[in-house]
Design a protein around this ligand. Structure first.
Ligand SMILES: Cc1cc2nc3c(=O)[nH]c(=O)nc-3n(C[C@H](O)[C@H](O)[C@H](O)COP(=O)(O)OP(=O)(O)OC[C@H]3O[C@@H](n4cnc5c(N)ncnc54)[C@H](O)[C@@H]3O)c2cc1C
Length: 418
């Protein structure tokens, strides 16, 4: 049986793979309706996902997915053009302010959306809510075939065609395979992409908590020598008022030893530790979910592309979650790769051509590397416990807090707008 041919095969329907497949499907649809649609066959995409995609559950006002992402304004705008943002909105929490503190001193920086004439600095959304919205949009595209559950078993290159072997014996072929198969990308591994890895020596603990005081639509972060603690505000109902918003998602990155101790604590002791580290900023804390832990590793593909293959999202790079940029970098990859492929389609070029894919790599690598270097710098700066470093850090943070132009530029960069 000859392989089923697709214009693009996307492996992995996580946030990045699903968004990329959707974006490309819309580009194909637009091109098809702009051309002689009678004469040409519409281009098709295969989207393969290994894990069974569960039907969306109706999350209740006080039950949250313990994995959330902070979506930058640039990513939000892009998701909005894909028409997936609106359906997330009842569960999306905008944050208008962000407070970053040095828990070892008095250093503090406050960012306010009003300082850059914006309504919000960003939005917190549960991964499952955003993914459900993406997949329901994918289901409406008749030029995407979703294979689920279906794990790619192996890949074979025959000249300019890549053949994908599936466990049920089916074969799919394409001139372009986009690997959005996550941090441990099997495609990256099989195709021999070289990877630089760097253990952060941190484990992130995520959980949902209920706080005595309202979070006031503010994201907060405390840096300690053993790692940062982030409080990310959640929205439990669309009508929630700023005075009555008490659910917060935490990302507490700690050394593996400390994370192990924290995971072993009972709920009361864990919440007490959280209250101490957060300096009681939101009053007494109650646990509202189980804790989940993730070992953190920095990974970066030396190349993101080979002829006929492109890595995007966590398959190409993973980064410390301390500034909430991981999926935003992945959405940046997806958007730029789609732009380059759209340009190639205009010129009737070959989608999997190395030159085309290299343009994607050239545009994305500097941004991804710069963000990774900044996160590494932040992490190292706050790990230092010596008194002179702590003093300088506190003076620096307080000084920066008074420097409006520099601060505004930082806010715009974090929003993905510069
Ligand atoms: C604790 C923590 C907090 C974070 N907070 C933030 C934040 O605030 N903001 C932010 O921007 N980012 C954040 N991130 C990072 C963000 O979650 C990731 O960057 C993002 O989810 C990666 O998406 P992805 O689609 O690239 O990969 P994944 O979500 O890993 O998706 C990969 C998909 O590929 C599938 N797959 C794998 N192998 C195969 C195969 N052989 N065949 C078929 N399918 C396959 C998998 O089942 C999976 O569904 C955080 C990460 C962590 C760990």
């Amino acid at each position: 049986m000859s392989p089923h041919h697709y214009d693009i095969i996307v492996v992995g329907a996580g946030l990045v793979g699903a968004a990329f497949a959707l974006c490309m499907a819309r580009i194909f649809t637009d091109k098809h309706s702009a051309g002689n649609s009678e004469a040409s066959k519409p281009s098709k995409i295969a989207l393969l996902e290994a894990r069974t995609i569960a039907a969306p559950t109706n999350l209740s006002p006080d039950t949250f997915d313990s994995q959330v992402v902070a979506v930058t304004e640039a990513s939000r705008q892009w998701l909005d053009t894909l028409n997936v943002w609106q359906s997330c909105e009842p569960r999306v929490c905008p944050y208008k302010r962000m407070i970053v503190r040095d828990a070892e001193g008095t250093g503090c920086i406050e960012f306010d959306a009003a300082e850059v004439q914006r309504a919000n600095l960003g939005h917190i959304v549960e991964n499952s809510v955003l993914r459900a919205s993406l997949l329901s949009a994918v289901a409406e595209q008749d030029n995407i075939d979703l294979y689920n559950p279906m794990a790619v078993e192996s890949l074979r290159r025959d000249g300019e065609t890549i053949t994908v072997n599936l466990p049920d014996g089916q074969q799919l072929s394409s001139s372009l395979v986009v690997a959005a198969d996550g941090a441990n990308s099997p495609i990256r591994e099989q195709m021999g992409f070289e990877l630089r890895t760097w253990g952060y020596e941190h484990t992130a603990i995520t959980a949902t908590i209920k706080t005595e005081k309202s979070h006031g639509f503010t994201a907060q972060q405390w840096f300690t020598p053993s790692g940062p603690l982030a409080f990310l505000p959640l929205r439990s109902s669309a009508q929630e008022s700023p005075a009555d918003a008490h659910y917060v998602s935490i990302v507490w990155s700690q050394t593996p030893e400390r994370a192990k101790e924290l995971m072993a604590l009972d709920e009361v002791e864990f919440c007490r530790e959280l209250t101490i580290t957060s300096e009681g900023a939101l009053g007494t804390i109650e646990s509202a979910s189980e804790r989940v832990q993730f070992p953190l590793t920095q990974r970066h593909g030396v190349d993101y592309v080979q002829s006929g293959i492109a890595l995007i999202g966590d398959a190409a790079h993973t980064i410390h979650p301390l500034a909430g940029q991981g999926v935003n970098l992945g959405f940046g990859d997806a958007r730029v790769l789609a732009e380059e492929l759209a340009r190639t389609l205009e010129q009737s070029g070959e989608l999997g051509g190395l030159q085309v894919l290299k343009r994607y790599q050239r545009r994305r690598k500097p941004d991804n590397l710069a963000m990774m270097a900044t996160m590494e710098g932040f992490k190292r700066l706050f790990e230092r416990d010596e008194l002179p470093v702590r003093l300088l850090r506190n003076i620096g943070m307080s000084g920066l807090n008074r420097l409006a132009p520099l601060k505004n530029s930082l806010i715009r960069q974090a929003m993905g707008l510069d």
